[in-house]
Design a protein around this ligand. Structure first.
Ligand SMILES: *[C@@H]1O[C@H](CO)[C@@H](O)[C@H](O)[C@H]1NC(C)=O
Ligand SMILES: *[C@@H]1O[C@H](CO)[C@@H](O)[C@H](O)[C@H]1NC(C)=O
Ligand SMILES: *[C@@H]1O[C@H](CO)[C@@H](O)[C@H](O)[C@H]1NC(C)=O
Ligand SMILES: *[C@@H]1O[C@H](CO)[C@@H](O)[C@H](O)[C@H]1NC(C)=O
Ligand SMILES: *[C@@H]1O[C@H](CO)[C@@H](O)[C@H](O)[C@H]1NC(C)=O
Ligand SMILES: *[C@@H]1O[C@H](CO)[C@@H](O)[C@H](O)[C@H]1NC(C)=O
Ligand SMILES: *[C@@H]1O[C@H](CO)[C@@H](O)[C@H](O)[C@H]1NC(C)=O
Length: 814
């Protein structure tokens, strides 16, 4: 045994057995180490420090990593959530027994207990070997002099991993050059540093960067309240921010109003910044802030030569990008890919020979061209642009559009494709010009005339099928396009949306035999795909004109949005005059069936109703603010809220939806929607905004509470509008008698605090003036109890119903 280790074992380090959890201490001192299984707990019991391993049951059930890390987590959150880790780059690998101890020089070290070798050390310049490591109440692990607590040699807050602790600093020490920044973890299973960093540059501007070199996002400068390009910080319901820039330091920090709150602020493995709160009653993290919102907006999230399709952009679900390979490419490292480590992305099936190479067109890019374009002024045509690219062997792609000729050299990152997005083809018949031509070896370029077109995405998904959703799996199974003369200009679909053949849908629905329902635009049938157990809802649109319009609106809007509370469009069929839309099947029908059906055997209990209300609000919030363009649904009502097997709500029927560009806030004037849920501005003929959905949503909230239609016959026929539920609710709110508002079928079994919140929100949502109504993201926060609401006034139009103002447009309004 080497001398050093003998010395270490002999005296300096006294290995200890793991202290039982109940007797947890917050200190490691010479002779008082910490073994695997033991933990330090901060004096306030909020944080714990110890050795941990990560599991990822989505890799394979029960899969457990051989790597052990020393880290800090929330002591009271049963779902282990590492907040900091010491040895991400040098894990303790099974079966090595680790130990945390104070070394002879006073540093804190992780040792291999069997051999005594040092695996990790704080490597601080200690002035004494009489030190102690203490886990403080704010989660900071501090190595300090045992005799003098203010002599700190090292602290974990100076070396953050992916989590921003309240009270910690992000930024620079100008004197020592110490840069504190968040570094993403590489994969969920692993604490190794990833490629994304979040920090401040020396001038105090916040950034999110990839591979330390490519700045993905800048926050702009601090304006005294928030970073100028991140105004959404104001909306984050939690902290008090502080920005300091003096001679010694420039940093950013925050504090929580409630120190005991379990709030997680981190940079996740996919490069998104997020803020979540631990929900004690639901035992899960509720993510209420995520930036960039869509996974595919994160630079290079799928690696080189890959395509990205946004998955669920929802707060609760782990928002993961759906990654695939470009045509002519295959996953470089299937093993890493399967673990969702996408650094190596995709590689060419055949190397370029630089002589006979051809181009392959990638259609329907979403949002913008990939990063790293070089503009070529000299090329004045698409052909000229192609020639420029062919002339340089390092050129891998080009695009020719409104912005002229762009070429890309080397690895191509961040190709985001999705379903065709413009509903009104008339406005721009030749698309927006964003077609990307990828350089491929001639033999990898697919034959244009070929009937069956395989999409690289589907192939790539095969190796990672376990992780990717339904859409992708289906994309593997079926991808059929009708042969068209100009195939490159009419390529159907993008990621995830399937172009079905009519015959297949006829077969899947047993020739449209099982009808689920009908609506203004067509009928819905149940179906099954022959090769999977997946149930489908197939909507066959009637009426050439209307059907076509609704079809386009629906395909274009549902295609670009993905959210757990929006019904998923799986595919469509467009053959001759036949227009069909294919959705995931919702076994629990629509909300109206449960609310209004008197002989329904199952009454929705209050907590389900409350969850449904929140889910619908989240779906709408996403539509209004989360996706690329603002989308107004325009027809929110219980019939259009479907319930899945676990009664999670999904907003359906985008046939009336209006996609507005970000720059247009007012655009819709033609009346849409359903009487009973129409906002007053529809009736006045004014241009409308997303606040019309807020209004309709408010009306739906009242129906969820009362279990009756607002516009039920009883009110309208005998003219006694004072029993009109929204009015009654608005008045009872003021008098504080909300108990009587709840659906009698619940027999009083409801959380009155939630009922009150729901009624208050509803009443704010149906205010006459759109400016008085909250936005949907605000509604979500109110319902979740993350922000408080004032008492709403009774809407003037409602008051008018009682007859005080006979000229009011009440009749239309109800
Ligand atoms: C830990 O908390 C207790 C009270 O809860 C206090 O008396 C004690 O001084 C604290 N110890 C340290 C080291 O902060
Ligand atoms: C991983 O799995 C093991 C055994 O199933 C379990 O004891 C451990 O707590 C799990 N760790 C995490 C982080 O879930
Ligand atoms: C600290 O260092 C002194 C000499 O510098 C040594 O005598 C003593 O044993 C050391 N203490 C520990 C706990 O290692
Ligand atoms: C420790 O001291 C040496 C020499 O004074 C210095 O170069 C080094 O940067 C210091 N290390 C730390 C972590 O402060
Ligand atoms: C304790 O350490 C601090 C910081 O190094 C120092 O300023 C202070 O003088 C020390 N106090 C004593 C009693 O040594
Ligand atoms: C990150 O950048 C370095 C050079 O700055 C480069 O060598 C490395 O390949 C890059 N990593 C990736 C994954 O592209
Ligand atoms: C090809 O393009 C690269 C990157 O722009 C450039 O460095 C190189 O000089 C070019 N080669 C030729 C032969 O033009």
């Amino acid at each position: 045994m080497p001398l050093l280790q003998v010395v270490l074992l002999a005296g300096v380090l006294l290995p200890l057995s793991a202290p039982p959890c109940s007797a947890a201490t917050d200190t490691v001192s010479p002779g008082n180490g910490l073994a695997a299984g033991g933990r330090l707990v901060s004096n306030n019991s909020k944080f714990a420090l110890g050795f941990f391993k990560m599991n990822d049951s989505s890799v394979s059930p029960g899969y457990s990593s051989p790597n052990t890390y020393l880290g800090i987590w929330f002591n009271k959150v049963p779902k282990l959530t590492p907040l900091w880790s010491a040895n991400g780059e040098s894990p303790v690998v099974d079966p090595t027994p680790p130990e945390l101890a104070i070394a002879g020089d006073g540093n804190l070290v992780i040792l291999d207990r069997a051999t005594g070798s040092v695996i990790w050390s704080t490597r601080a310049n200690t002035t004494t070997n009489a030190t102690a490591a203490v886990l403080l109440d704010d989660g900071n692990l501090v190595l300090r002099s045992a005799a003098n607590a203010s002599a700190v040699f090292w602290q974990s807050f100076d070396y953050p991993t992916d989590t921003f602790f309240p009270g910690a600093k992000i930024g620079w020490n100008k004197l020592t050059g110490l840069n504190r920044r968040l570094v993403s973890r590489r994969i969920l299973l692993n604490q190794a540093p990833g490629l994304y960093t979040l920090g401040l540059d020396p001038s105090g501007v916040g950034y999110l960067a990839w591979n330390s070199t490519v700045a993905i996002q800048s926050t702009g400068e601090w304006n005294g309240h928030y970073f100028s390009l991140a105004p959404e910080m104001i909306g984050v319901a939690l902290p008090t921010f502080k920005f300091v820039d003096d001679e010694r330091e420039v940093y950013f920090t925050y504090t929580l109003r409630d120190e005991a709150a379990l709030v997680l602020t981190k940079l996740d493995v996919f490069g998104q910044g997020l803020v979540g709160t631990w929900m004690e009653d639901r035992q899960e993290w509720l993510v209420h802030y995520r930036q960039p919102l869509r996974p595919c907006d994160v630079h290079a999230v799928c690696g080189p030569f890959a395509v990205c399709g946004d998955g669920d952009g929802d707060g609760d679900a782990a928002a993961e990008p759906a990654c695939g390979c470009l045509e002519g490419f295959a996953v470089s490292s299937p093993r890493d890919w399967a673990l969702r480590d996408r650094r190596h992305g995709c590689a060419r099936n055949t190397p370029l020979d630089c002589v006979t190479d051809k181009f392959y067109a990638v259609q329907q890019l979403v949002r913008s061209l990939p990063h790293g374009a070089v503009s070529v002024q000299a090329a004045a045509s698409r052909d000229g642009c192609a020639q420029v690219c062919l002339a340089n062997c390092s050129c891998t792609a080009y695009s020719y559009g409104e912005g002229g000729c762009s070429v890309w050299h080397g690895k191509l990152y961040s190709v985001v494709t999705q379903q065709q997005q413009q509903p009104d083809a008339s406005s721009s018949s030749d698309g927006n010009g964003d077609v990307l031509y990828i350089r491929l070896a001639a033999k990898d370029v697919p034959d244009v005339g070929r009937k069956k077109k395989k999409i690289g995405f589907g192939i790539a998904a095969a190796s990672a099928a376990a992780f990717l959703g339904l859409l992708i799996i289906l994309g593997l199974v079926i991808w059929k396009t009708k042969g068209r003369k100009k195939a490159t200009e009419n390529a159907q679909g993008g990621i995830g949306i399937i172009a079905f053949r009519y015959a297949d849908l006829q077969h899947a629905t047993k020739n449209f035999s099982e009808k689920l329902g009908g609506g203004g635009f067509g009928s819905v049938f149940k179906g099954h795909l022959s090769d999977s157990s997946l149930a489908l809802a197939v909507k066959r649109l009637d009426g050439a004109r209307q059907g076509e319009k609704q079809f386009r609106a629906e395909v274009s809007s549902v295609g670009i949005i993905q959210h757990i509370n929006l019904v998923k469009l799986i595919g469509f069929c467009c053959e001759g005059d036949k227009r069909l839309l294919v959705y995931e099947y919702m076994p629990n029908h629509s909300l109206d069936v449960h609310l209004f059906n008197a002989n329904n055997d199952r009454v929705l209990d209050w907590s389900l109703r409350f969850q449904i209300a929140i889910g619908v609000a989240r779906g709408l919030a996403y539509l209004h603010t989360g996706c690329r363009d603002c989308i107004i649904h325009c027809d929110i009502k219980p019939e259009n809220i479907l319930l899945d097997a676990s009664f999670a709500p999904k907003i359906a029927d985008f046939g009336m939806a209006k996609v507005l560009g970000r720059e247009f806030s007012h655009a819709v004037t033609t009346m849409r929607g359903t009487i009973g849920y129409l906002a007053p501005e529809w009736i006045s003929g004014a241009a409308v905004t997303s606040k019309v959905d807020v209004y309709s949503y408010g009306m739906v909230l009242f129906e969820i509470t009362s279990g009756r239609r607002n516009s039920s016959q009883e009110y309208t026929e005998d003219g006694d509008y004072s029993s009109f539920f929204p009015l009654r609710a608005a008045r009872k709110l003021l008098s504080g008698e909300i108990g009587s508002l709840v659906d009698a079928n619940l027999h009083g079994d409801a959380n009155l605090e939630e009922v009150e919140r729901v009624c208050k929100v509803a009443c704010w949502c149906i205010q006459d003036s759109e400016f008085d109504r909250p936005t949907m993201p605000e509604v979500v926060k109110f319902l979740e109890g993350l922000s408080e609401l004032d008492m709403p006034p009774v809407p003037r139009l409602l008051n008018a119903i009682t007859g005080e103002s006979p000229t009011s447009p009440v009749r239309y309004y109800i």
